[in-house]
Every structure is written in C-alpha cells, then in structure tokens.
Design a protein around this ligand. Structure first.
Ligand SMILES: Nc1ncnc2c1ncn2[C@@H]1O[C@H](COP(=O)(O)OP(=O)(O)OP(=O)(O)O)[C@@H](O)[C@H]1O
Ligand SMILES: [Mg+2]
Length: 599
C-alpha cells in the first residue's frame, strides 16, 4: 500500500516535470484544443437541423429560427465548412505540437545519455536504451494528445449530445442511455484483454526478430558449420509461437467486434422501436426520432475512446516515468566545475589503485607504479589480468574503489573530466568506426581540424595510400561500423585520429588480430611515429613494442608482479615475464616479426 502511494507521488512529480515541455507551446495547445472542441461539436448541430426540416419545413411551417428551407440548408453547409476548417487546424496543430515535443524530449534524452558514465551503458542492453529514446518518447508524448485535447473534445461532445437529447425528449434519451453503460463496460473489458494479448504477440515477435537478426548477421558462421537446416527449424519453432499468439488475438478480436456490433446496433433498434410507438401515439415527432437515431450514431466514438482512456493514460504515464528514470541518472561530472588539467610534463602515477566491476570481485588489487615524462611503458600479462581495465581508469571510464591516479601531480578525479580526456589519446584494441566518410571518422580526433591537417594525420598513420585508392578518397562512405574497410585499414584510421588529436599522453591497446607482414609493418611504423615524444602506456602484444619499451609492467590477476626493462626481466627465469615470453609471446608470429623489425 505504501509502495503504491509513493509510486503515485513520483508519478505526479514526473508528470509535472513532463508538462514543463508543454510550457513553450501553450498557445498552440490551447488553439489545438479549441479547434478540436469545434470539430467534435459542430456536427451535433446537424441532427437538430434535420429535425427542424422534417417536423416544420416539410409540413409547411416556419423553422424554429424563422429561416426558410434554403437558408437553413445553406446554414448546414456553412456548419460543415467550418467543421472542415476546424478539422484541418485540429490535425495540423495537434500533430505538429506532438512532433515538436517529441523532438524536444528526444534531444534532451540523447544529450543526457551522452553525458552518462560508461558504467550506465555497461549494465544495460543497447536495445533497451535505444527503445527508450524512440518508443517511450512517443508513448509519453501520447499523453498530450490524450489528456490535453482528446479528453476535452470527447467530454464536451458527449455533453452536448446528452444535453440536446434530453432537451428534445427526456424519456427517449433515458432509453438510449440505458444501454450505454453495458457498451462501455464490455468495450473496456475487451480492450484490456486485447492489449494484454497484443503485448504477448509483440514480445514473441521481438524474440523472433532477434533470432532472425542474429542468424542473418552470423550467416557465414552458420554456413561454415552447415547449420542452415537446423537454424531454419529453430526459426520455424519460434515463428510457430508467434503464430499461436497472433491467432489467439484474432479470435478475441473477432469476438470483440461481434459484441460491439450488437451493443451499438441494439440501442438504435430499441430507440426506433420505443420511439416509433411514441410517434404512433402522437407523443413524438418523426423529426425527433430521426435526430435521435443520428445522435446515437455519433455517441459511440467518443464513448469508446473515453472508456479506454485510463488504459492509455496508464501506458503514457508509465512511459513518462521510464523517461525520467533515465533523465534522473547522474552524469559522471559537470562541465566547468573542476579546474582543467594541463599536462606539462606527462608524469603519471598510480597510487594503490583498487577497482572491480562487481562488488566483492576486485579486478585491480593495489597497483602502485609511475610513468616518467616521455617514457614508454609496456603492460603485459595473461588475458584477463586487468590490463585494459587499468587504462580505462586512466581515462576515467570508471572511478576507482580506492587509491588514485595523478598526472603531473594532479589527482585526475579532481580535474575537469573533459580536459583530462582531451590530453589523452586512446587507441582501442578494436577500433570503433562510425558510418560516414573516411574524413568524418578521422575528424573525430579533433572536430575543428582543417582538411590539410586531416590529410597530414592520414599520412603519418600510413593510411593515405589506401585512402587515395578508395573510390571517393576521403569522401568514401565506409559503411556501418566501417564494414567496407579491412581490419588493418580500420586500425590505421584509428591511428590517424590519434595523430590529429595530438595529445601529450598516449594510451595504446594493441590489437591482437594478426595481419599480413607488410600491413603489420605499416602499422608498426605508424605507431612508432605516434609514440615519439609522448608519455605512452601501451598494452603490448607485439614483441617489438615490448622490447623497445623503457619499462615493462607485468600484470597478473590484478597485481603488478614485475617491472623493469626487457633485458632485466628476461634474466629472472623464475619470473612470470620469462614464462610469458617463452610460452606465448615469442611464439606469436607477430612478436617474432616485430622482433626482427626491432633488431
Ligand atoms: N565490462 C566488464 N564488466 C565486468 N567485468 C569485466 C568487464 N570488463 C572486464 N571485466 C573483467 O575484468 C577482468 C580484467 O579484464 P581486462 O579486460 O582488464 O583484461 P585484459 O588484461 O585486458 O585481458 P586481454 O589481454 O584478454 O585483453 C576480467 O576478468 C574480465 O572478466
Ligand atoms: Mg584487454
């Protein structure tokens, strides 16, 4: 119970925050509502006119307003002309308002997401995050249409029909209204069941879609294992689940349609039946009976919308809550609050650093080490030792549990986050490229770079030759995640980015994928050039990089077990480095190749 109450309160608060998005568009909202009320209420005049025509004008009497037949009909045309104008403005204003607000919220949400720490993204599915930016934003925006305008329109429309009907003939109005509650109750019941079923259908389709995506993406893998038939069989099983749910929904929907048909037609028959008797007894005019019939036709649309309003509102409110759940996530840091870091020398000190991804499972267990200005440090160690984690802490993708990192004596936790990241160029193990041109991708290193600067960076990265050979050179679209480039080309684009950024500190997570010898040499050469005159931390997989490093850190299970130069470490035959060198490093083809270059 207490839970329910507090949930409602947060609901209300979020709603108020959401309504703030409406504030700049107040005028439009009011205009849309007025247009909507007109649109829905103008047609109410027509049955009234019809009654006047049948009862008075056709029997030779004057109309109630003293108009001639032709004047009254022209009036009816005018009413519908006005109706058309109201419809135009209602749709134009309401829909563009909805799009405007979706635009505002979506931008805010995306901007906010960009500021959130990596940790936020690590613990969530990409699909779930993206779905909030699209599906939930649209559902939240629905609220404006529903509560802001539809509710108003429908209520006023129902009210005016009711007033007119009771004013015309209260007894017949009571007969007509007698069946409406049943309609409303049934309609709501069916809607609820249908919605629950539709949700299940959608859930099953999502699974099917996911499966299909995986299978299409991994088609090469499937073919190489000759698993095509097995895959198809699995797909059919899932598709069967979808089919069952869909058919169940169709059955319910057919039943709902039949019930609605009865419930909306029976009142008409009853009204004509009862009203007919009134007419025969001269207690009712034919015009009134006809008007009643017309009003009954008009009443179901607003009624059915109102009867499911609460379900739709609940959906919108839930979406609004989900939006604010993301918007309330704290960004990692605020811009311009902390002093900016300015790297003068490039001395990096790790001080008793402790960190883990999950509570109770430390990945780094007390790292104490120092990189001298301009020095090149190679980090080696078995897979899972925590090498990548260590450099992620240096760029503050994560905050340490204990200890600190100092650059030129400044604690990086206490400096402006963006100034820190601007001073460090990070070349990742698997370079991430974005769809766009080659130029766009290199420009990520420094958005305001000029074209000659970009070309120079590509040249330094040994990328210029292959870029020139591409169909459109720097303007070549590289496809989703750089799909149209080879691994070696992607790596060189990533290196070009780092050249462009020209940061005093370089962090390199060497790729483990082996390339052919000439490409390997091109990349090695480019990296050597990049490391020159910069403080460099390199997670090394190439022997050449390790051998030429000023200092080697050997990491094992989150601890630094050895430090020193290659010549020194290799002498310790009992040490991990000696073992690593002989068991894996020297065996790797790239290492051997690298060594020959280094020699
Ligand atoms: N995003 C993550 N969430 C949870 N645990 C993680 C995450 N990234 C790494 N780990 C864990 O932290 C440990 C260290 O991983 P890390 O990536 O630092 O290893 P590594 O030394 O770089 O290995 P490799 O040489 O294979 O790249 C591993 O046990 C890994 O399972
Ligand atoms: Mg790694």
């Amino acid at each position: 119970m207490r839970n329910g109450v507090s949930l409602k309160r947060s609901n209300r608060q979020n709603l108020l925050r959401f309504l703030r998005y409406l504030r700049p568009h107040r005028g439009k909202l009011i205009a849309a509502t007025v247009a909507g009320v007109l649109k829905y209420n103008l047609p109410v005049a027509f049955p009234w006119i019809l009654k006047d025509v049948v009862d008075r004008l056709l029997t030779g009497q004057n109309s109630r307003l003293g108009l001639t037949f032709n004047e009254l009909m022209l009036g009816a045309l005018a009413v519908f002309l006005l109706y058309a104008v109201a419809t135009y403005f209602r749709t134009l204003l309401a829909d563009s308002l909805a799009q405007r607000i979706t635009f505002d919220i979506r931008n805010d949400l995306f901007r906010h997401l960009q500021e959130l720490p990596i940790e936020f993204f690590r613990t969530r599915h990409t699909g779930a995050i993206v779905s909030r930016v699209f599906t939930d934003v649209s559902m939240a925006q629905n609220f404006i249409g529903l509560a802001g305008t539809n509710l108003f329109m429908d209520l006023t429309c129902l009210l005016s029909i009711t007033v007119v009907m009771f004013a015309m003939e209260p007894r017949l109005a009571l007969v007509a209204y007698g069946t409406l509650p049943l309609f409303a109750v049934c309609h709501r019941w069916f809607r609820r069941r249908l919605r629950a079923n539709a949700k299940e259908v959608r859930r099953r389709f999502e699974i099917l879609e996911g499966r299909a995506c995986e299978a299409v993406g991994g088609i090469a893998e499937i073919k190489s294992f000759t698993a095509e038939q097995e895959e198809s069989r699995r797909f059919t099983t899932w598709a069967q689940h979808c089919l069952e749910a869909a058919v169940k929904n169709i059955r319910l929907n057919s039943f709902a349609l039949a019930t609605t048909a009865i419930l909306t037609r029976v009142p008409s028959v009853v009204v004509i039946w009862v009203g007919g008797h009134f007419v025969l007894r001269q207690q009712l005019s034919v015009g009134t009976l006809m008007a009643f019939y017309a009003y009954l036709e008009m009443i179901y649309n607003p009624l059915s919308r109102l009867s499911e309003l609460n379900i739709q509102l609940a959906n919108s409110l839930a979406a609004i809550d989900r939006l604010f759940e993301f918007l309330d996530e704290k960004p990692q840091a605020e811009r311009g609050v902390c002093p900016a870091l300015y790297v003068r020398e490039g001395k990096i000190r790790f001080q008793n650093l402790v960190f883990g991804y999950q509570p109770g499972l430390p990945v780094l267990r007390g790292i104490d080490a120092e990189v001298q200005p301009g020095q090149r440090v190679a980090i080696v160690g078995p897979s899972g030792a925590g090498k990548s984690t260590l450099v992620k802490l240096l760029v503050r993708f994560y905050e340490p549990w204990g200890g600190k990192i100092l650059i030129d004596g400044m604690d990086i936790a206490k400096v402006d986050l963006w100034s820190l990241r601007r001073q460090i160029a990070l070349v990742q193990q698997e370079p991430v490229l974005f769809s766009g041109t080659v130029e766009d991708n290199i420009r990520l290193g420094r958005p305001d770079a000029t074209v000659p600067e970009i070309e120079r960076a590509a040249e330094l990265a040994n990328a210029i030759e292959f870029i020139r050979r591409l169909p459109d050179g720097f303007a070549t679209e590289i496809g989703e995640r750089g799909a149209r480039l080879s691994v070696g080309q992607k790596q060189r684009i990533a290196i070009a980015r780092a050249f462009l950024k020209d940061a005093p500190v370089l962090v390199l997570d060497e790729s483990t994928s082996s390339l052919d010898a000439p490409t390997e040499e091109l990349i090695y050469e480019a990296l050597e050039r990049l490391m020159k005159n910069r403080t460099t931390l390199v997670i090394a997989h190439r022997l050449a990089t390790v051998v030429r490093a000023d200092c080697i850190w050997v990491l094992n299970q989150g601890q630094l077990v050895q430090t020193g130069a290659h010549a020194e470490l290799i002498r310790d035959t009992a040490g991990l480095y000696h073992k690593l060198y002989h068991e894996s490093l020297a065996l790797r083809e790239t290492w051997v190749k690298g060594a020959s270059i280094a020699a």
